[in-house]
Every structure is written in structure tokens, then in C-alpha cells.
Write a protein that binds this ligand. Structure first.
Ligand code: SAM
Length: 507
């Protein structure tokens, strides 16, 4: 791979320099992100990198080697304290401690986030029944972790009130973790590539192994994954970062969705997509009309607070994010079908012809996920929800990462009044792509419908933050047409937030 254009961009944008001895790390990082973005050509990825600030941030996350901070991926810590630890404790022999490991812990923020989350939920004394370890190959960072002194960067996502509660200011604007928390974590040198892990790490109940696999080739990655799996107790959890979630041969572990996040688990079968939606609160008939139609097509546009729909001027329409191609004539039977043709037909509302073409495309493994998803969108538009759902589930079978299929399933569930499934799908979409504002928007709307104004408020606030960061085009939707302009989206969110002043956002 020709790394020089990447080197130039990285140096120019954030001063990161990759000399030859670090070329392998740079290349592995780029390849990892290309895989995550389903991009096969480095030139195409370079374009994406320069055009998409969110994506640039993801690559930087991978390349800044010891990069870490408190409560990174906060959902992991919320679910650890709220769901995972209580569940694991019920199966624990009396007197046996729960063991949690942060593998590749860097300067300790991840391991300390574990004890802070547990102390926050269960109180300080609870830590007496838990053993928490942090291990890293880099002994300098381990020494830093033991000291427990941190600068501002480590707190970039950390709530102010927790900073006061669990840290004390020390020299030069730094903060020291309180002694009783520091004593609750043991830091040890650990090379994940070594044949034998320190005995203390055996029989772990939860292993955080996040943002470490960038160092490794796919073979080594799978080898370490297998070894970590062997160190886990039955029923134990392996927590990886969202970008690493689908990188592994699962082996002894199964991928388990939990409230929209994914965890690997030992000895417990992974959850299958349900055949029928579970019961949930029904949405009002007025709401149902909102979601009938192609994913986020104009028909789908949510009404304004006063019940009207936003109109769009031609100028606004130009601003709209669209990746649709012009309609193509239907190809003759037997001619090679292309996804672009099918998309063109769908855009021109030639639904029957598009469906016929897609029937052929779904047999092509490389195209199956997109083709099934587009089928799902068309069938949704044709008010054939059961078939649309089956198509979206088939898309997820082909590509568990399919953002569009997940969103489409959320929209379908909402249409069918299945509140539980609606929230689950939209949360999954947010998890797959945190900058996907349509997912946040629909999640917000669904929370509102289910009387959860505080949670809805959080979603609208996230969208406004994304817009402020300039992330309007980082939604990750590659071919479904979107019909909001940035200005419309902002107005809608602000209108939604107006009557919510004073509601708690669920934090
Ligand atoms: C980017 S940091 C991740 C820190 C933390 N897990 C997080 O997600 O915030 C990656 C860490 O993995 C460590 N690491 C790399 N190779 C390792 C190995 N073979 N064994 C143990 N740790 C390793 C590095 O030293 C680095 O501190």
C-alpha cells in the first residue's frame, strides 16, 4: 500500500508522524478502518478520510497507540454495572469474588472506569467483593496507571460531578484518583501474545479487550481472542470496541446483543433475530402514517410539532444528502444485474422491475446485504411489512453490520406498534454508527411515543451536538435517500426540545 498520502494527511491534520518503523501500525490501522467501512481501495478510503471528520477521528483513535480515557464507550460501563455484574453475581459461589480484567489497559482509565461504575451503582463497600486487574505490555503505562494521576484529556467524556466525587486535584491541573479506588485495581505486566497468562488472570468473569487488536494481524488477533476466551469462566463476557466487534472468529464465544450493544459471551447461545416482534406499546394511528414509505423518504418525514410536514425549497433539496443514482431502464432478463440499476429503478418508483432485479442480485454473495436491504425498503414502501421484515433480516444474515437494514427494521417495528423492538433496533443502529443522526432521531421519536421524554431529549441533544461538530454527513447511510436538510433537522430537534426544558435526560 502506498502510505505517503496517508502520512501527509495525518501529519498535516494532527501532527502525527509515522516513520518507517511504524509503517506496519499505520497500514494495519488503515486496513482495519477500510474493513469497517467496507472500502476495498486505499484511494477510496483516503477520499473518505479527508471528507469525513468522524472517520478521521476513528482512524486517529486506532493510531494513537496508548490512547485511552475514562468511560470510553460509556454504554459498556453502564451495562456492566446495571446488567452484567448483577447477573454474574447470581451464579457466583458464595465467598468467591467476581474477577474483571482490563487487557491492554494503557494508563489505567479503563480499569478505573470499571471500579468507578461499580462504586457509583453499588457503593464503595461493593468493591471488596470484586477483583479488578489491569494488564498491559507497556510497563511505562502500567507505572503511570499505578500512580493514578491524570490530565484533562483523560476526562474528555467524564461527567463533572464524578470528577469531584472520585478524584482530588493535585499539581499542575492534574487529578489523582482517590486512594480507596486506586487500591481496588491491581496493575500487572501482561503480554497478550505470550503462551501463558499470569495465573491471577485465569477464571475471569469479564474481560475488557478494547482497542488493542490494532497491533495484530488477523491470525494473531484470532489467536489472542481464543486465549482470552479460554481465560473466561462459563457465562463470562468479553467486551470489545464497536469497531472490533465483528473482526473475530467467534470460536467458543457467541455474540450477544444487550440493549443495543454487542458482547461476546462464553457458553451462552447468541440471540437470534426474532421471527415475530415481541409485544410492546402500540403507536397511535397518526404516527403510523409517519413511517409508511421508503426509509426516510419524503413520505417518511416526521411531522412538525404542529402536525404539518416540513416543505423543502429547491435550494434545500440540493443541500439534502442523497446518494441515489438516476433511474436506469430495466435490464433484459438474463442480462447481468447491477445494484445501481436496481437502485435507479427504485428511485424512479419502478418497484416491480427493481424487485425482479434484486431477486437476481440477492444470489450474489457480495451484493446480498445491500440487495436484501433495498428489497426491504421497497416492500416497506409497497406496504408489505412482513416481506419487508424478512428481507431486512436476510440482509442482517448477510451482513450483521448493515446499518440500513437495522434502521429499516426499527421503522417497520414502529409501524407495527412494537415498542420494544423499535427501541432495540434504533439503539442497535446508534451503536453501529454513533454519528447516525437518523437513528438518533427515530430513537428520540420512539422514546417520545413511549412516554420517555427524558431519554428522547438526550437523543435530540446528541443530534444537535453532531451538527455542531459538522457531522451532518457522517450518518453512515450509503444508499437510502435521506430527506432532511441540515437546517430542517436542526429546527425539528430544537422544536422537540422546547417543551422538554427541565426534564431529566436519563443520565
Ligand atoms: C489504544 S490502548 C487501549 C486502552 C484501553 N483498552 C481503551 O480501550 O481505552 C492499546 C493498549 O494495548 C497495549 N498492547 C498492545 N499490544 C499488547 C500486547 N501484546 N499485550 C498487552 N497489551 C498490549 C498497548 O500498550 C496500549 O496501551
Amino acid at each position: 500500500m502506498n502510505l505517503s498520502p496517508f502520512r501527509q494527511v495525518l501529519e498535516k491534520k494532527c501532527g502525527l508522524i509515522f516513520p518507517n518503523e511504524k509503517a506496519a501500525i499505520l497500514e494495519a490501522g488503515i486496513r482495519n478502518r477500510m474493513d469497517a467501512c467496507a472500502v476495498t481501495s486505499p484511494v477510496e478510503y483516503l477520499f473518505l478520510l479527508t471528507a469525513d471528520r468522524w472517520e478521521f477521528g476513528r482512524l486517529i483513535d486506532l493510531l494513537t497507540i496508548n490512547e485511552t480515557y475514562f468511560l470510553r464507550e460509556p454504554v459498556h460501563f453502564t451495562l456492566l454495572a446495571r446488567r452484567i455484574v448483577p447477573e454474574l453475581l447470581t451464579g457466583k459461589e458464595p465467598g468467591k469474588k467476581l474477577k474483571i480484567l482490563s487487557a491492554g489497559c494503557s494508563t489505567g482509565e479503563e480499569a478505573y472506569s470499571v471500579v468507578i461504575s461499580l462504586a457509583e451503582r453499588f457503593g464503595r463497600d461493593f468493591l471488596g467483593g470484586v477483583s479488578v486487574f489491569g494488564g498491559d505490555i507497556d510497563t511505562t503505562v502500567i507505572a503511570g496507571a499505578r500512580q493514578g494521576v491524570f490530565g484533562k484529556r483523560s476526562f474528555r467524556e467524564f461527567p463533572e460531578h464524578l470528577l469531584e466525587k472520585y478524584f482530588e486535584p493535585c499539581r499542575d491541573g492534574l487529578f489523582r484518583i482517590r486512594d480507596w479506588l486506586r487500591d481496588a485495581v491491581e496493575f500487572i505486566p501482561l503480554n497478550l501474545l505470550e503462551a501463558e497468562y499470569p495465573p491471577a488472570l485465569g477464571d475471569s468473569d469479564v474481560i475488557f479487550y478494547r482497542n488493542v487488536s490494532i497491533y495484530f494481524s488477523p491470525e494473531v488477533r484470532n489467536e489472542i481472542f481464543t486465549r482470552l476466551a479460554a481465560s473466561l469462566n462459563q457465562g463470562g463476557y468479553l467486551v470489545v470496541s464497536p469497531s472490533e466487534t465483528f473482526c473475530y472468529n467467534k470460536g467458543a464465544l457467541s455474540l450477544t446483543p444487550l440493549e443495543g450493544a454487542f458482547f461476546y459471551r462464553k457458553g451462552v447461545a447468541g440471540e437470534k433475530a426474532p421471527v415475530r416482534p415481541a409485544s410492546g406499546r402500540r403507536v397511535s394511528p397518526a404516527r403510523k402514517t409517519v413511517v409508511a414509505g421508503t426509509l426516510l423518504s419524503p413520505k417518511l418525514r416526521p411531522p412538525l410539532a404542529d402536525g404539518r410536514r416540513e416543505g423543502r425549497s429547491p435550494a434545500e433539496r440540493d443541500e439534502t444528502v442523497r446518494s441515489c443514482v438516476p433511474a436506469a431502464p430495466p435490464p433484459s432478463a438474463g442480462a447481468p444485474a447491477s445494484f445501481e440499476q436496481a437502485l435507479g429503478l427504485a428511485t424512479a418508483k419502478e418497484y416491480q422491475a427493481a424487485l425482479e432485479l434484486l431477486d437476481r442480485l440477492t444470489e450474489n454473495r457480495a451484493e446480498a446485504a445491500r440487495a436484501h436491504t433495498l428489497r426491504g425498503g421497497i416492500l416497506l414502501n409497497l406496504s408489505r411489512p412482513d416481506e419487508a421484515r424478512a428481507a431486512c433480516l436476510a440482509a442482517l444474515e448477510a451482513d450483521g453490520f448493515s446499518l440500513e437494514a437495522t434502521l429499516c427494521l426499527g421503522i417497520l417495528a414502529r409501524l407495527q406498534g412494537d415498542g420494544t423492538e423499535t427501541l432495540r433496533r434504533f439503539r442497535e443502529a446508534v451503536y453501529l454508527r454513533p454519528s447516525c443522526w437518523p437513528a438518533h432521531y427515530y430513537l428520540g421519536e420512539s422514546y417520545l411515543e413511549q412516554g420517555e421524554a427524558g431519554l428522547a431529549r438526550r437523543e435530540y441533544e446528541v443530534i444537535l451536538k453532531l451538527l455542531k461538530k459538522g457531522d451532518f454527513s457522517s450518518h453512515g447511510i450509503s444508499f437510502m435517500p435521506l430527506s432532511f436538510t441540515q437546517a430542517q433537522l436542526e429546527t425539528l430537534c430544537r422544536r422537540r426540545l422546547l417543551p422538554m426544558k427541565g426534564t431529566s435526560n436519563g443520565n
